[in-house]
Design a protein around this ligand. Structure first.
Ligand code: PMP
Length: 453
């Protein structure tokens, strides 16, 4: 499988021309050839269930015919004109996108990647508030650029270079590993997961820690924004205690800052109950950034904010060569249509609930499964040394992860110790796919435990 000439050719090219920082997720990597719905096919026609969706990017299914059709139609008429001209597709798309947002979130910047969206959001927050300092959560990932290497807090994506000035990180309100623990947030789909009658009591402690940072570390009157996902993605699906985001937003506002919701992973219906992850927390952000699933794999992204905040930017010209090109707009519109027509948000809710329940059954059997969490089709399974919270070592995780691939399931990895399996599939998976995954995971754990005997 991994020794054929086609594979060897790519290996030789990779070692010569691809930078060493670009890693392979598998020891024996895949050479992919084709995608269809929730399935991927390798160069020899072997089929895999794709539970990672190109890292939460393939939202409505690989090569969805409606999205492919919309793109093909647009490719045949006009690829590009830049936003200094008008094209009807761009306006049709924006009109449809803003309907998905509450409150005054009605102004849209179309850009090309999540990094670019968060970079622009940083700029907007600074321009609007006139302040320079930005806070994000520990272990967060918000993009990879020299400017964002401070906003992104997770170590593995930060080079040994001085962090750009003006970025601070507040304690991660992590119910599994945080020092105060905490219930799963309001958003849990597991009945009884949060036993607090109102907001989770630990939320106040984490918010207090944020207030210490704002009061003691950041010079007075300098706060521009707090960035947060509504469930941390790259860090292994970390949910926050109920009430945290709401109280954090209120606090940040008191200090003159905006709240920016990074919906790059949690948006577009993936969490099931709501279209946007932040809506599960009963908050309305000042700025929302989105990418990945917005285009089902087509490179596009967006920043949505209020007219008032966007006005702070109006003293200069905003230009973006590719942002909101007609192809991206045609794709984005088709993606919104498919989510609606195929009830994919509800599918995330129903299948996601079934998924987590099945995983919790597995957790009862295997003490190495330390935590199962998430919402909708954004799930995480954290592996530990039995009876402890010590992360299962990476080489051991690699065995389980690779074995699942060899049995036909591509699942994600993440977390600070890379000991979390991440499930963020195309939103069209069904209960049979869940059953298949759970049986493959069960077998992979058995195989791994056998090697330990
Ligand atoms: N924000 C979050 C939450 C992400 O997960 C990512 C990508 N993993 C980004 C921003 C950056 O997106 P991109 O890779 O499109 O620049």
């Amino acid at each position: 499988q991994y020794a054929g000439p086609a594979f060897q050719k790519t290996e030789a090219l990779k070692s010569k021309h691809i930078p060493p920082a670009v890693y392979n997720i598998y020891k024996n990597p895949l050479l992919l050839h084709q995608g269809h719905k929730q399935w991927l096919f390798d160069h020899e026609g072997r089929r895999y269930l794709d539970l990672f969706g190109g890292i939460v990017t393939v939202s409505v299914g690989h090569c969805h015919p409606k999205v492919v059709g919309a793109l093909q139609e647009q490719i045949n008429s006009l690829w590009h004109c830049t936003n200094i001209y008008r094209h009807p597709k761009i306006y049709e798309y924006i009109e449809q996108l803003v309907q998905k947002f509450p409150g005054d979130l009605k102004v849209v910047y179309l850009v090309n990647s999540g990094t670019e969206a968060n970079d622009l959001a940083t700029l907007l927050a600074k321009a609007y508030t006139g302040n320079l300092d930005v806070v994000s959560l520990q272990s967060s990932y918000h993009g990879y650029s020299s400017a964002l290497m401070g906003l992104t807090a997770t170590q593995s994506y930060r080079m040994k270079l001085p962090v750009p000035p003006g970025f601070y990180h507040t304690m991660l309100p992590d119910p599994f590993r945080g020092i105060w623990g905490g219930c799963r947030d309001s958003v849990s789909q597991v009945p009884g997961a949060c036993s607090c009658p109102g907001d989770c009591v630990t939320a106040d402690k984490y918010v207090h820690q944020l207030s210490e940072l704002l009061e003691n570390s950041i010079p007075k009157g300098r706060l521009a924004a707090l960035f947060a996902e509504s469930i941390q993605g790259v860090n292994g699906t970390v949910q926050f205690p109920k009430g945290y985001l709401k109280k954090a937003q209120q606090l940040v506002k008191k200090y003159g800052g905006l709240y920016v919701a990074d919906e790059v992973q949690t948006g577009f219906g993936r969490t099931g109950d709501k279209f946007w992850g932040f809506e599960n927390h009963d908050v309305i952000p000042d700025i929302v950034t989105m990418a990945k699933g917005i285009g089902n794999g087509f490179p596009m992204a967006a920043v949505v904010t209020t007219k008032e905040i966007a006005a702070a930017h109006a003293s200069t010209t905003y230009f973006n060569t590719f942002g909101g090109n007609p192809m991206a707009s045609a794709v984005g519109k088709a993606v919104l249509d498919v989510i609606e027509e195929e009830g994919l948000q509800n599918n995330c809710k129903v299948v996601g609930k079934y998924f987590i329940e099945q995983l919790m059954q597995l957790q009862k059997v295997y003490p190495i499964v330390g935590d199962v969490r998430g919402k909708g089709l954004m799930l995480g399974i954290e592996f530990v040394e039995p009876g402890t919270k010590v992360p299962l070592p990476i080489p051991d995780m690699n065995v389980i992860h690779e074995d699942m691939k060899d049995m036909g399931v591509l699942i994600g990895r993440g977390g600070r110790w890379n000991n979390v399996l991440r499930i963020k599939p195309p939103m069209c998976i069904n209960k049979e796919d869940v059953d298949f995954t759970v049986s493959v995971l069960d077998q992979a754990i058995k195989n791994y435990l056998h090697t330990k005997k």
